[in-house]
Design a protein around this ligand. Structure first.
Ligand code: NAD
Length: 369
């Protein structure tokens, strides 16, 4: 079977990491027919708009999308293409697993949690304006609807049930934001009652951040509103090994789009230095979504083995300051080639190679550091 997938290379490091992900996807032997469409900077240059209608049409047609990061101007300029894409395609559940890989780059090698972020409304609704003419006061409106709360919270509980996860935490700030936070809290409580086999509890966002920084392994699935989810998923990526290894997916009722948690990292653009793993693990998520389980397992294991062996890894997994066991850094393309080379060779029945990084050493004093 061949899968037709809309491919948005994006900008900044996007083209490099999506090329890497394509290489690994093709190494699985699964057929891919890439429908390449441009959004962001390249689309502005060619078509005068950052999100041409043809991009949305391609994704609606193919229902599968692999996406690189897209730059959003800060403080002014066009609205985020990423946000527009989620809103226009009703990709309401942003799923961001934070899973430590081979104990590398993390003090918490046991981290394995999933952040589910509402992706269509909240403070990302784009309802904001200056209050006065000299721009000395501004207002932003957080739009929260029961419909959007219900569907993302249901998604989180269904995900927990499917993946045999035991615990869902709803995160909000209902003590201060009595209406928007209160609505999310009420929806969470009502939905949790439908899933008696899954433990459910709530945290205020500030307390959640502190709890995660101290003991991430106590959390399993976290569901929250748009802005809190954005912040928490970067925090969790950091706990699990960094933005370079954090994949993500966006789900609507019929469309699934896969994009890393990280952005376009402009300072590394065009240098072949960025870590391709986050985008490669997006391919793993895509393969699982379409039911290609063995291919997905092969991609995950090839990534794990490459990081555990630590001969061909990018700077963020190689250099002092990022790891307790520094090695010479490799390029993005070299790491992708190494992962792709391993994909057909990995033994899925063998135990995963033992972690050898700093976090792993903390967990098991027998391990090499
Ligand atoms: P960023 O994620 O692009 O980069 C932050 C830092 O993380 C980088 O400087 C780098 O040190 C590290 N990093 C990120 N990806 C990496 C990788 N693959 N390998 C190694 N290191 C990596 O965040 P930012 O600098 O805040 O944002 C840059 C641009 O990206 C902004 O325009 C922002 O709006 C956009 N953005 C887009 C998306 C998206 O497309 N979904 C997501 C987040 C940010």
């Amino acid at each position: 079977m061949t899968y037709r997938v809309s491919l948005i290379p994006g900008d900044g490091i996007g083209p490099e990491v999506t090329r890497a992900a394509q290489l690994v996807a093709e190494a699985t032997g699964v057929g891919f027919d890439w429908d390449v469409v441009e959004a962001g900077e390249p689309a502005i240059r060619k078509e005068g708009t950052p999100l041409p209608e043809s991009v949305l049409d391609s994704i609606r047609r193919n229902r599968l999308c692999l996406k690189g990061p897209i730059t959003t101007p800060i403080g002014s300029g066009f609205r985020s293409v990423n946000v527009a894409l989620r809103q226009q395609l009703e990709l309401y559940a942003s799923v961001r697993p934070a899973r430590a890989i081979a104990g590398e780059g993390t003090r918490f090698p046991e981290t394995d949690l999933i952040v589910v972020r509402e992706a269509t409304e909240g403070l990302y609704s784009g309802v904001e304006h200056w209050v006065d003419r000299d721009h000395s006061a501004a207002e932003s409106v957080a739009v929260v609807t029961r419909k959007a709360c219900d569907r993302v919270i249901r998604f989180a509980f269904e995900l927990a049930r499917r993946e045999r996860r035991k615990h869902v935490t709803g995160v909000h700030k209902a003590n201060i934001m009595k209406t928007t936070g209160g609505l999310f809290q009420t929806a969470f409580g009502a939905m949790a009652a439908n899933y008696p086999e899954i433990a459910a509890d709530e945290r205020l966002i500030d307390n959640m951040c502190m709890q995660l920084a101290k003991k991430p392994s106590e959390y399993d699935v976290i569901v929250t509103t748009n802005l809190f989810g954005d912040i928490l998923s970067d925090l969790c990526a950091g706990l699990a090994g960094g933005l370079g290894v954090a994949p993500g997916a966006l789900f609507g009722d019929t469309i699934a789009a896969f994009e890393p948690v990280h952005g376009s990292a402009p300072k590394y653009a065009g240098q072949d230095r960025a870590d391709p793993v986050a985008e490669i693990l997006c391919v793993e998520m895509l393969l699982r979504h379409v039911g290609e389980r063995e291919a997905a397992d092969r991609v995950f294991r090839a990534v794990w083995e490459t990081i555990a062996e630590k001969k061909v890894v990018t700077y963020d997994l190689a250099l002092p300051g990022y790891t307790a066991r520094p090695v010479p850094p490799s390029s993005c393309s070299a790491m992708a080639k190494e992962i792709a080379r391993r994909v057909p060779l990995v033994d899925l029945a063998a135990p995963l190679p033992r972690p050898r990084g700093a976090g792993a050493a903390a967990a098991d004093p027998q391990l090499e550091t």
